[in-house]
Ligand binder design. Structure first.
Ligand code: AP5
Ligand code: MG
Ligand code: ZN
Length: 220
C-alpha cells in the first residue's frame, strides 16, 4: 500500500505517519526529516537546502524529487510506504506517480488531515522533536515521560528553528499557495479522503485506519 498524508504545517502528518506506518508495517518517508538529517550531518544536500528551510520556503522540486526517488528505491519500500510532507507541489505529485507507475504501483489513497489554522499555530509553538528518531512531542498535548527525552529511543528532544512564529507564518503562506492545489490533484483522481485532525492523536489514527478499509467494512 502506498499512502500520502496531506495537511498544513502542524496538522499531524509526522505524528500520524509514525503511527500508521508502524500499525500497517509500511516504511515512513518524510521529506522534511530527510532534509533535516542532511542539514545536521552537513552533507552537500544539507548545505544546499538549509537556506530554503530557514526561510520556510520549499526546496526546489528537482532536488526533492531526486531525494524521494532514491529513498523509494531502498528495500524497505518494496511493499509500500507512507509519504509525509511529499508531494508538496503538483510537479512533485506527477513525478511520484511516474516513479510508482514505472514499478507497476500507484498511490492507493491520499489522506488529508484537516485542522483549523489557529490550532496549527498552537501545535507548532509547543512542539519538540527527537533528534534521533524524529518523533514529535508536544509540551501540553503529548509530553514525553521524562522532560527533553524521547520515550521511544531516549534521544534528546529539540525545537525546530522553523517553528519560530514568523517562519511558521511563511510556511502557512507557502502551504496555501503551493501545496493546497495537491489536494485537488488527488480529488480529481478520486483518491482524496479527509479526516478530522482536531481529534486526539489516537482518534485521528483510528479514523485514518478506518478510511483505508474497503467501504463495506467501515465503521459508522
Ligand atoms: P516538514 O518537516 O515537512 O514540515 P511541515 O510540512 O511544515 O509539517 P510539520 O512537520 O511542521 O507538521 P506535521 O504535520 O508533521 O505535524 P506534527 O505531526 O509534527 O518540512 C519542513 C521544511 O522542509 C519545509 O518548510 C521545506 O523547506 C522543506 N521540505 C520538506 N518537504 C518538502 C517537499 N516535499 N518539497 C519542498 N520542500 C520540502 O505535529 C505538530 C505538533 O502537534 C506536535 O507537537 C504534535 O505532538 C502535535 N499533535 C499532532 N497531532 C495532534 C493531535 N491530534 N492533537 C493534539 N496535538 C497534536
Ligand atoms: Mg512533520
Ligand atoms: Zn526518539
Amino acid at each position: 500500500m502506498f499512502l500520502v498524508l496531506l495537511g498544513a504545517p502542524g496538522a499531524g502528518k509526522g505524528t500520524q505517519a509514525a503511527m500508521i506506518s508502524r500499525k500497517l508495517g509500511l516504511a515512513h518517508i518524510a521529506s522534511g526529516d530527510l532534509f533535516r538529517q542532511a542539514v545536521e550531518k552537513g552533507t552537500k544536500l544539507g548545505q544546499s537546502v538549509k537556506a530554503y528551510m530557514d526561510k520556510g520556503a520549499l526546496v526546489p522540486d528537482e532536488v526533492t524529487i531526486q531525494l524521494i526517488s532514491e529513498r523509494l528505491n531502498e528495500p524497505d519500500c518494496k511493499t509500500g510506504c507512507v509519504f509525509d510532507g511529499f508531494p508538496r507541489t503538483i510537479e512533485q505529485a506527477k513525478a511520484l506517480d511516474k516513479m510508482l507507475t514505472s514499478r507497476k504501483e500507484a498511490i492507493d489513497k491520499a489522506v488529508y488531515i484537516e485542522v483549523p489554522e489557529e490550532e496549527l499555530l498552537k501545535r507548532l509553538s509547543g512542539r519538540w522533536i527527537c533528534r534521533q528518531c524524529q518523533v514529535p512531542y508536544h509540551e501540553l498535548t503529548s509530553p514525553p515521560k521524562v522532560p527533553r527525552k524521547c520515550d521511544r529511543c531516549g534521544g534528546e528532544l529539540y525545537q525546530r528553528s522553523d517553528d519560530a512564529v514568523e517562519t511558521v507564518k511563511e510556511r502557512l503562506k507557502v502551504y496555501f499557495a503551493q501545496t493546497a492545489p495537491v489536494l485537488d490533484y488527488y480529488k480529481t483522481m478520486d483518491k482524496l479522503i479527509a479526516v478530522n485532525g482536531k481529534l486526539g492523536i489516537e482518534d485521528v489514527a483510528e479514523a485514518i485506519i478506518d478510511v483505508l478499509k474497503p467501504k463495506s467494512v467501515r465503521a459508522g
